[in-house]
Design a protein around this ligand. Structure first.
Ligand code: GLN
Length: 544
């Protein structure tokens, strides 16, 4: 039976609990164990799908079409294990299930309560589909002391009783702040956080202490004594320059060793960390540098483009180059007289990422036109591909009012709502003006690529599967006109209805994809499109 590692956070949010979970899972994997990571989100949204990227960062989409927390992206990038719908649950989803059952009369007249009904649902979620796994890591979102997280803490407390001491370990991530005026690291917030957690019945086995300065032995001993944890199990976690150094750093501090010890497992051979050493070597010893401009909408908050940012770095790893990303607000180019060239000329490549809504669309179209006319490598993702088609139709297809129905009614819907299509689950239907939550084309869909296309060469294959998250599609009715203008439809859905990839064979590198390749890129397995895009940027850097 799988063993469970429950991860909570204290003192403040943003301590990197998700990265800690991902790194610990990677270390256990490097010791030969089979792992899976799950995230419990205490908020009341049913899923993060309808939340603004400004509020919550990127929405991460799984193969099975779940819209999940961005931490699941870290989990996948660090372990290579594809996340599933069953790996992320929110309080909202749990309450929705319970209330639906209550309305159906499933509780047979019983009073429905947080304990046991909500806590049982949380426990079932943690335990489901864990056959064949050695470790299941469950990260609890939020900070200990939040009202919302109480049922989750209660559920993990019960699970320790249900499963036993040798099947469950509690890891608590806290902050040890440095007070500059006193010149000291302070352990009191950690003591308080652990006190709060123990008052809920959960005694942590391992403490991970985030700190900006090395933790002196005396402070470590003090934390151990006050928090009732062995001194070796107080793991200092200093800030790292790159997230990909974190697994090695945690290993150096003994995290995986202490977690295994807490289970009563004698750690065997040292983990095989060659993969992580290679990544860190590539990061620290680049042989060149490229600058990519990302012309987008949510550029104020890098978390909104988390996976994209990582995939570009992975493309750099593949080519052994450092990737500098310049985040450019598309609205800068909205005005017809804006100086696009001044901003874009110094760049080695341009990327227009996914987006929703009209704001910034004109600016993106200007940036795409610049990339096309100046032979600068261009990568359009989802909305970026849609706008590349609008740009092609407007400027080469002689249709100046080409547009997307996402922006309102139009006579020239180069991009529009598709109302019916086939998926593995059967026919899917959509209507304009329907619900926003959970009504997009979501998750993995297969596509076939033209044998003679650039993209087939990049992938080394003519059949691919990639993840989607969009409501609108490029309209195949415009295919001939767009192809006449040099924009070739080189990837299609198997039924030939949905354009998946467009490319310009006469351009150094111009590719638009309807899906989100960034979601599947890994540091140890960079996505072929990002590897090739960065290679093109490197060629461009030698020209400018
Ligand atoms: N807004 C567009 C659509 O819904 C693109 C979405 C995206 O870029 N993810 O189709």
């Amino acid at each position: 039976m799988a063993r469970f590692i429950f991860i909570t956070g204290g003192v403040v949010s943003s301590l990197g609990k998700g990265l800690m979970a991902a790194s610990l899972a990677a270390l256990l994997q490097a010791r030969g164990f089979k792992v899976r990571i799950r995230k419990f989100d205490p908020y009341l949204n049913v899923d993060p799908g309808t939340m603004s990227p400004y509020q919550h960062g990127e929405v991460y989409v799984t193969d099975d079409g779940a819209e999940t927390d961005l931490d699941l992206g870290h989990y996948e990038r660090f372990t290579g294990v594809s996340a599933r719908q069953t790996d992320n649950v929110t309080s909202g989803r749990i309450y929705q299930q319970i209330i639906t059952r209550e309305r159906r009369g499933d509780y047979l007249g019983a009073t429905v309560q947080v304990i046991p009904h909500v806590t049982d649902a949380i426990k079932q979620f943690a335990l489901a589909e864990t056959d064949g796994l050695d470790f299941v890591l469950c990260e609890i979102g939020g900070t200990v002391g939040d009202i919302e997280s109480l049922p989750f803490i209660e559920a993990i407390r019960q699970l320790r009783n249900d499963l036993g001491r040798d099947q469950t370990v509690f890891v608590h991530v806290t902050l040890v702040p440095f007070i500059a005026a006193a010149g000291e690291l302070k352990t009191k917030p950690t003591q308080h956080s652990v006190k709060e957690l123990t008052s809920l019945g959960v005694q942590p086995d391992v403490l991970v202490c985030r700190c900006e300065h090395p933790l002196p032995e005396a402070e470590r001993a003090k934390i151990a004594a006050f928090c009732n944890v062995r001194k070796e199990a107080v793991i200092p976690a200093l800030d790292a320059k790159s997230i990909y150094e974190v697994p090695l750093q945690y290993h150096g501090e003994g995290l995986d060793f202490e977690v295994l010890r807490a289970f009563g497992i004698t750690p065997g051979l040292a983990p095989d960390l060659r993969r992580w050493h290679d990544i860190v070597d590539r990061l620290h010893n680049p042989e060149g540098e490229v600058t990519i401009g990302v012309v987008g909408k949510y550029v104020g908050l890098p978390d909104a483009y988390k996976s994209l940012n990582e995939a570009l770095i992975h493309g750099g790893l593949a080519n052994r180059v450092k990737v500098n990303i310049q985040w450019i607000d598309a609205e800068l180019f909205d005005a017809p007289d804006s100086d696009v060239a001044a901003k874009l000329e110094p760049l080695h490549a341009i990327l227009v990422p996914g987006a929703f809504g009209e704001r910034g669309a004109e600016g993106k179209i200007q940036a795409i036109r610049f990339a096309r006319e100046r032979n600068v490598p261009f990568f359009g993702i989802c909305f970026g591909m849609q706008m590349a088609c609008v740009e092609g139709m407007r400027n080469l297809g002689g249709v100046p009012d080409a547009s997307s129905t996402e922006f309102g009614p139009t006579q020239q819907p180069v991009v529009g709502i598709i109302e019916e299509w086939m998926s593995a689950e059967g026919i899917q239907k959509r209507e304009a003006g329907g619900d926003l939550g959970g009504t997009m084309r979501l998750g993995a869909y297969p596509a076939k690529l033209a044998g003679n296309s650039h993209v087939a060469a990049f992938y080394g294959s003519t059949s691919i599967s990639e993840r989607h998250r969009h409501r609108y599609e490029v309209n195949v009715a415009y295919r001939d006109a767009l192809e006449e203008g040099g924009l070739v439809f080189s990837g299609m859905s198997p039924d030939d209805l949905l354009p998946e990839i467009v490319e310009r064979p006469d351009h150094p590198w111009f590719v638009g994809v309807q899906f989100h390749p960034e979601l599947k890129s890994k540091p140890f397995d960079p996505h072929p499109l990002f590897a090739s895009f960065i290679e093109a940027a490197l060629r461009q850097s030698r020209l400018v």
